[in-house]
Design a protein around this ligand. Structure first.
Ligand code: ADP
Ligand code: MG
Length: 722
C-alpha cells in the first residue's frame, strides 16, 4: 500500500538530530538549570524567606502569604530570565496524565502598556474549572469548583519547547469540599502516614535520634519506539496505543538478541537527546538499554523521594514522547502494544529511610542480627499478605490485564520473594522464635586464573515475582508501563504504615511489660510469620504449579481488572485508608468508579477500532485480492487454460470467517449495561473474546493476501525498520 511504502521511504531518508556536545557543555554545569532549586532560592530569596521555605519543606509548617509573595516574585524573575512567558499549576488528575492551564505573567498597566506580575496567592493556590476532570461521583458539575495547591516539596521548573517556555508549579488538586481529585495528594498523605508509624517503631527500638522517615521510589520504565510514519498508518496505534490487528512477524524475539544488545544508532541518538532534557530538569536518569522485544527499550532514574519520583516519572514520559517525535519516532507506553511479544512494565523500586537510621530495608551482612531490618521487613510481609487485593487493584487497568500472567510478567497472584538468605532467616524465627545464622554468598570462582574471585550476593534475583526483595529495597514488578506510580506508592506506604502501627503497638506492649527490645522484636516477627508467612514464595511465579499452590495457601488470584477493582472499597481497605488518614470512603469510591469507567471506555475504543478497521481497511483489501484471483481464473479459462481455484477458495473461506466474526462482535456490542461493574465484567468475559475472534480471522488473512494490497504496516516493519 502507498502509506506503507511512503513510511519505509521516509525511514530510509531519515536524518539524525544533532545532540548536545558534552565536551563544550559539561553536564555537571547545566544539570538542573531549569529547576527552581534550593541553590537558586538561596541566591535569590532574602534570608528569612529562604528559612521559612526550607522549614515548610522539611517540617511541613505552613508558609505565610508574605513569604509566598516574595517567593513568587523571585520565581517569576527567574522564569522570565529563562524566557518564560506563562506559568501553570501542573496537576495530576485521575485520568493518569498531567493537566495544566497556562496564565501569562502580563498585567495591563492601564496606560496601554503592561507589567509582569506574579502574586504569592497565585503561586499558592489556583482554581481551574474542575468539571471536566473525572471525579467519580464526588460532586456534580454544578459544583465545579476545584483548587490546585502548591506542593512546595516538589520544585518548580521551566519546560522549554520550540513553541513556548512555561514555568511549571507542581500542585495538589482538590474539590471545593476538600476531597483529593488527583494522584499527588494521596501520595503526600501516605508519606506522612508511613513517616509517623515508622518513627514510632524506630523510637521503640531504643533510638533517641529519630528523624523524618521518607519513602523512596526508583521506577524502571519500559517502552517501545516505532517510526512515526508507521504509527500514522495504524489507526489502532493512534487511538488505542496498541495494535488490535497484526500477524506474528517471521522473526520475533526468539533469538534473545535484542535484550541488552547494542542500542540502534537512531535510538541512541534519541536517548542522548532525551537524557539531556532530563538533566536540565534534574531528573536523574541513569540506566538505558534494549529490552527483550525488538523495538523495546528501558530507562531508569536514580531513586528519589516518592513524591518527587512520581512527578519526575510523569514528566519523563512526557519528555520521552516529545523528544521521540522530534526524532521521527513515536514512543508507545501501552503494556502490550504488540501481541505475542513481551509487554512493558514499570518496576517500582521502593524503600523507607531517614538520615539517622539509614535505609530501613538494608539487611546488612547479618540480617538475623539486625532487629531494625527484621521488624521493617516483617512489616512488608505482613502488609502484602493483608493487602493482596489492594495491590492487585492499584495495578489494574484494561491495558495491564494483557500483560499480567502472560508468562513474561508476574501473575495476578501477589506474593513476596525474599531470596535464599532472608527466607532462611525468617523461617528460623518462625520455627524457633529466633535466628542464629545468615547464609553468606561467599566468593565465586570464574575458572580463569587471571580473574579475581568475585563476591556473590547471598540471595539470587527473581524475575517472576510481583514483589521481590532486591538487596536493600522491594521491587513491585507488576506495575504497568502506562500507569502513574502514584497509586502503587500510596498503597505501599499506607499498608506499611498500617502494619507498622499494629506491630508497633504490640512491640510497645511487650516492652512496657518488661521484655527486652530484641526479644520483643523476635516475638512480633514470629507472630507475623505465623499469620502471614504463606505470602512468601521463592519459586517460579510463572509456573502452573504456583497457581495450584497459591490457591492451596489461600492467596488471591484476581485475574482481571473487573475482579480486582472492587477491592479498592472493601470494608477492610476503607477502614485502613481512613485510619491512616490517606483516603476517605468517598475518595476510594470515586477512584473505583473512575477506574471502572476508564476500563470500559478503553475497551470500547478498541472494540470500535476492531470493527471499523476490519470493515473499512482489511475487508476491502481482502475483497480486492479475491477479485484479482477470480479475474485471473476467468482470464485463464477464457484463454483455454484451467486455473487453480484453491487460493480463491481459501481466501473466500477466510473472508467469510472475518465477516461473520465482525457480525458477532456487533451483536455483542449492541447490549447496553447500566451498572459499571457489570459492564466491566461483560467487557472482560464477552467483548474482549469477540474482538479476539475478529483479530484471529484478520491475522490469518494478513498472511494469505498479497502483501502489496495489505493496508496496514505489519509487525516486521513496525518493530524492525527504524
Ligand atoms: P534492575 O537490575 O532491577 O533492572 P535498575 O538499575 O534498572 O535495576 O533499576 C533499579 C532501580 O532501583 C533504580 O531506579 C535505582 O535507583 C532504584 N533503587 C536503588 N536503591 C533503591 C532504594 N534503596 N530505594 C528505592 N529505589 C532504589
Ligand atoms: Mg529491576
Amino acid at each position: 500500500s502507498i502509506s506503507r511504502n511512503n513510511a519505509i521511504q521516509a525511514v530510509i531518508d531519515g536524518t539524525y538530530v544533532e545532540t548536545m556536545n558534552y565536551i563544550d557543555n559539561p553536564v555537571t554545569e547545566f544539570y538542573g538549570c531549569n529547576v527552581f532549586t534550593d541553590e537558586v532560592m538561596k541566591a535569590r530569596l532574602p534570608k528569612n524567606t529562604y528559612k521559612s521555605v526550607k522549614s515548610t519543606i522539611e517540617t511541613g509548617s505552613t508558609l505565610d502569604l508574605n513569604a509566598a509573595d516574595v517567593v513568587a516574585t523571585a520565581m517569576k524573575d527567574w522564569a522570565l530570565e529563562k524566557g518564560a512567558t506563562h506559568y501553570t499549576h501542573v496537576f495530576y488528575p485521575l485520568t493518569g496524565s498531567s493537566a495544566e492551564k497556562h496564565d501569562s505573567f502580563l498585567s495591563p498597566d492601564g496606560e496601554g502598556k503592561c507589567i509582569t506580575e506574579f502574586a504569592g496567592k497565585l503561586l499558592v493556590q489556583g482554581e481551574p474549572d474542575a468539571s471536566s476532570f473525572p471525579n467519580g461521583g464526588i460532586r456534580d458539575t454544578f459544583e465545579a469548583r476545584g483548587y490546585t495547591a502548591w506542593d512546595i516539596t516538589s520544585p518548580a521548573y521551566i519546560l522549554e519547547s520550540d513553541n513556548g517556555t512555561t514555568l511549571c508549579i507542581p500542585t495538589c488538586f482538590v474539590s471545593w469540599t476538600g476531597e483529593a481529585l488527583d494522584k499527588k495528594t494521596p501520595v503526600l498523605r501516605s508519606m506522612q502516614a508511613v513517616d509517623k508509624a515508622a518513627q514510632k517503631v524506630l523510637t521503640l527500638l531504643g533510638n533517641d535520634n529519630v528523624t523524618k522517615v521518607t519513602s523512596f521510589a526508583g521506577p524502571e520504565q519500559e517502552y517501545f519506539l516505532v517510526d512515526t510514519n508507521f504509527f500514522f498508518a495504524r489507526p489502532d496505534l493512534i487511538s488505542a496505543d496498541r495494535t488490535v490487528f497484526g500477524a506474528a512477524p517471521v522473526k520475533g524475539q526468539e533469538f534473545d538478541d535484542h535484550y541488552f544488545g547494542a542500542v540502534p544508532a537512531r535510538v541512541l541518538n534519541f536517548m542522548m537527546d532525551f537524557e539531556q532534557e532530563c538533566f536540565k530538569l534534574a531528573i536523574p536518569v541513569k540506566t538505558r538499554h534494549n529490552e527483550v522485544a525488538p523495538g523495546q527499550f528501558e530507562i531508569a532514574p536514580v531513586f528519589e523521594t516518592a513524591n518527587l519520583a512520581t512527578d519526575h516519572q510523569q514528566l519523563t514520559v512526557t519528555i520521552i514522547k516529545a523528544v521521540a517525535k522530534k526524532h521521527g519516532m513515536t514512543a508507545l507506553f501501552h503494556e502490550k502494544p504488540f501481541a505475542g511479544l513481551n509487554g512493558s512494565g514499570k518496576h517500582v523500586n521502593w524503600s523507607l529511610g531517614n538520615s539517622t537510621q539509614g535505609n530501613l530495608l538494608d539487611p546488612g551482612t547479618n540480617p538475623h542480627d539486625n532487629t531494625q531490618f527484621l521488624i521493617f521487613c516483617a512489616a512488608v510481609i505482613s502488609s502484602v499478605q493483608k493487602n493482596q487485593g489492594l495491590l492487585r487493584a492499584v495495578i489494574a487497568s484494561a491495558s495491564n490485564d494483557h500483560r499480567l500472567g502472560a508468562n513474561e510478567a508476574p501473575p495476578a497472584i501477589l506474593s513476596v520473594y525474599l531470596g535464599a538468605q532472608l527466607a532462611d532467616v525468617f523461617a528460623q524465627i518462625q520455627k524457633s522464635g529466633s535466628a542464629t545464622t545468615s547464609i553468606q554468598g561467599g566468593l565465586m570462582n570464574l575458572g580463569v586464573d587471571s580473574m579475581p574471585e568475585l563476591p556473590r550476593d547471598a540471595g539470587d534475583r527473581n524475575r517472576t515475582s510481583p514483589f521481590a526483595f532486591t538487596g536493600n529495597r522491594f521491587e513491585f514488578r507488576a506495575v504497568g508501563s502506562m500507569q502513574s506510580i502514584a497509586g502503587p506508592l500510596v498503597a505501599l506506604n499506607t499498608m506499611m504504615a498500617d502494619a507498622l502501627t499494629t506491630m508497633g503497638a504490640s512491640l510497645e506492649a511487650k516492652i512496657n511489660g518488661g521484655m527486652e527490645i530484641e526479644a520483643a522484636v523476635l516475638e512480633v516477627v514470629k507472630d507475623v510469620m505465623d499469620e502471614s508467612g504463606q505470602v512468601v514464595f521463592n519459586g517460579n511465579g510463572y509456573s502452573d504449579e504456583w497457581q495450584v499452590e497459591a490457591a492451596k495457601r489461600g492467596l488471591k488470584n484476581l485475574k482481571t481488572s473487573a475482579e480486582a477493582l472492587p477491592e479498592l472499597t472493601t470494608p477492610e481497605n476503607i477502614a485502613m485508608f481512613e485510619r491512616q488518614g490517606v483516603l476517605s470512603k468517598i475518595e476510594l469510591e470515586s477512584r473505583q468508579n473512575i477506574y471502572q469507567e476508564q476500563y470500559c471506555l478503553k475497551i470500547n475504543v478498541e472494540a470500535n477500532l476492531t470493527e471499523r478497521m476490519a470493515e473499512t481497511q482489511i475487508l476491502p483489501a481482502c475483497i480486492r485480492y479475491q477479485t484479482e484471483l477470480a479475474e485471473n481464473i476467468a482470464s485463464l479459462s477464457a484463454a483455454g487454460v484451467e486455473g487453480d481455484k484453491s487460493a480463491l477458495q481459501a481466501v473466500t473461506g477466510q473472508i467469510a470467517a472475518l465477516t461473520s466474526s465482525v457480525a458477532a462482535l456487533k451483536e455483542v456490542r449492541s447490549k447496553h449495561i447500566e451498572d459499571a461493574l457489570e459492564e466491566c465484567k461483560y467487557f472482560s468475559s464477552t467483548l474482549l473474546p469477540a474482538m479476539q475472534e475478529v483479530r484471529s480471522a484478520a491475522d490469518a488473512l494478513e498472511v494469505s493476501v498479497a502483501d502489496d494490497l495489505w493496508p496496514l504496516p505489519n509487525y516486521t516493519e513496525m518493530l524492525f525498520i527504524k
